[in-house]
Design a protein around this ligand. Sequence first.
Ligand code: MG
Ligand code: FE
Length: 168
Amino acid sequence: MADARSIFVTGLKNAHAMENQALSIMKPQVSRIENYPEVADMLERHIRETEGQIDRLETILSGLSESPSTMKDMALSMGGSMAALGHTMAPDEIVKNSFANFAFENYEIAAYKSLMTVAELGGFPEAMSGLKANLEEEESMARWIENNLRSLTMKFASLKEAGASAKV
Ligand code: MG
Ligand code: FE
């Protein structure tokens, strides 16, 4: 693979910024939830996992004598905050957030699968276990969102019927 090192390092920095974006999306969401404790618990858990994912990426980067990109981290965090804000006016905020989070987790899955391909073909086997750990956490979060979409939708509908529609 030509120029594998620079492709890999760029991908790692992008993943680091993506994880900061993930935090900037999830943290405002969780702070607004009142009626969906099961969603709040899962978001809290994935926020902690995401902090661990950032640590793993930093370990891989420092093993290559590289560090995260402050510019990329800041740009994507701002984008994430704006995205999180975008749904707060919607009466169906909780379900829209679920769609957005499912999309984001699948974006992360694709990013880690691509990074693992570069690690494999570019000769960075030492990075593989950290990337795989991150991938598995994204896959389980995506699966949870998918598996809970039906019950979330039904709960949203029954709360709306009971007149609690303004509260996420
Ligand atoms: Mg993540
Ligand atoms: Fe994630």
